[in-house]
Design a protein around this ligand. Structure first.
Ligand SMILES: Cc1ncc(COP(=O)(O)O)c(C=O)c1O
Length: 382
């Protein structure tokens, strides 16, 4: 069996040992329910409050602007359903882009099909960028919400989020950004940099635990809840808080956002190494943005084969890659992102390498060596 080369950090990252350590007391001694009035509960409540303060401090937000969730999917659902429903009397028009993660796109599909909203899906250019002019033109008097992601999970393209957010602010429209792939990879100072009213993030993309995330909600916005029950999270998200997950999330935020745990200089070198090798391969074509892309992400499409054959071939060489969003891997679903950048005919042949903290030049060299063989085998198998 060849050695494992994990090039799928956009899918998830290993839990950092220091983060794990910080979580352990919450799987053991600190087990109270923060809503209980007795001293066991009050201890948990104090630690929950402290975690919220710490998260707010890292993000440059107010503690009351943080809602802890079960991850990126839930944060996006709360932002989109919650705001669209809250503002439906203002208008039923919503705007997003054609290359969002399914945790955003499927919310809009549902609102359109089942709740009478009208959705504009902005196109992107060949690199996957939304144009601010297109957004400006698409906004109408009855627009309630705009949601555009900060960094694309499949091809790594970065959006001009601050510019898009500024347009929304000027026009008085609520702006959400799914920044799940952005945090830990791009330099971050404070949440104001997005000019957004709602920002989604999750811990497992930067060495925190799975099942833990947050939604930043700029005060005084108060989206309708999507989970009903107790009055947790200031009536915005019912359910007993997952203190172990929240502590892991906060610990990862403090450790890995400033500076970003994905080291740009190191990763840019590996990225270039992989990009050069891909450019040499007959029938392979890089996708995404050379200059406006995440430094850890290298994505390409291949003529005459499909992602499943390519990923299986890479796996046999020990290389863990992905066809884009992990949810559609294995199902041969063509990538809506590749279709949106104008390469519909190649949408079922996407391969994504996403590098991270443990990636090395040596690993990239092994992958570069294996690639031509893997591609040609996959093409012959067709
Ligand atoms: C851009 C983006 N949004 C949302 C999600 C969903 O996040 P989670 O896995 O925490 O539900 C992902 C996960 O891959 C993602 O890449």
């Amino acid at each position: 069996m060849p050695r494992t080369i994990y090039f799928d950090y956009n899918a998830t990252t290993p839990l950092d040992p220091g983060v794990r350590e910080a979580m352990l007391p919450f799987l053991d001694k600190v087990w109270g329910n923060p809503s209980s009035v007795h001293h066991v509960g009050r201890k948990a409540r104090a630690l929950l409050d402290e975690a919220r303060d710490r998260a707010a401090k890292v993000l440059g937000a107010k503690p009351g602007e943080i809602v802890f969730t079960s991850g990126g999917t839930e944060s996006n659902n709360l932002a989109i359903f919650g705001t669209a429903r809250l503002l439906k009397s203002k208008g039923r028009h919503l705007i997003t882009s054609s290359i969002e993660h399914h945790a955003v796109l499927h919310c809009f599909d549902y609102l359109e099909k089942k709740e009478g909203f009208e959705v504009t899906r902005l196109p992107v250019d060949a690199e996957g960028r939304v144009s601010p002019e297109d957004l400006d033109r698409a906004i109408r008097a009855d627009t309630g919400l705009v949601s555009i992601m900060a960094a694309n999970n499949e091809i790594g393209t970065l959006q001009p989020v601050a510019e898009l957010g500024a347009i929304c602010r000027e026009r008085g429209i609520v702006f959400h950004t799914d920044a799940v792939q952005w945090f830990g990879k791009e330099p971050f100072e404070e949440i104001g940099r997005f000019s957004a009213d709602l920002v989604s993030l999750c811990a497992h993309k930067f060495h925190g635990p799975k099942g833990a995330g947050l939604l930043f909600i700029r005060s005084p916005l108060h989206p309708d809840p999507v989970l009903f029950g107790g009055g947790h999270e200031n009536e915005r998200r019912a359910g007993t808080e997952n203190l172990a997950g929240i502590t892991g999330l906060v610990e990862a935020l403090e450790r890995f956002l400033k500076p970003p745990v994905f080291e740009k200089d190191k990763l840019t070198k590996l990225r270039l190494q992989l990009r050069s090798a891909i450019e040499e391969i007959e029938g392979a074509e890089l996708v995404g943005s050379r200059w406006n892309g995440l430094s850890n992400t290298v994505s390409f499409v291949v003529q005459g084969t499909d992602s499943i054959a390519l990923l299986a071939g890479l796996d046999m060489e020990g290389v863990c890659a992905s066809s884009g969003s992990a949810c559609s891997a294995g199902s041969l679903e063509p990538s809506h992102v590749i279709a949106a950048i104008g390469k519909k005919e190649l949408a079922n042949s996407l391969v994504r390498f996403s590098l991270g903290r443990e990636s090395t030049m040596e690993e990239a060299a092994v992958a570069c060596k294996a690639l031509p063989k893997v591609v040609s085998r996959a093409q012959q198998a067709k």
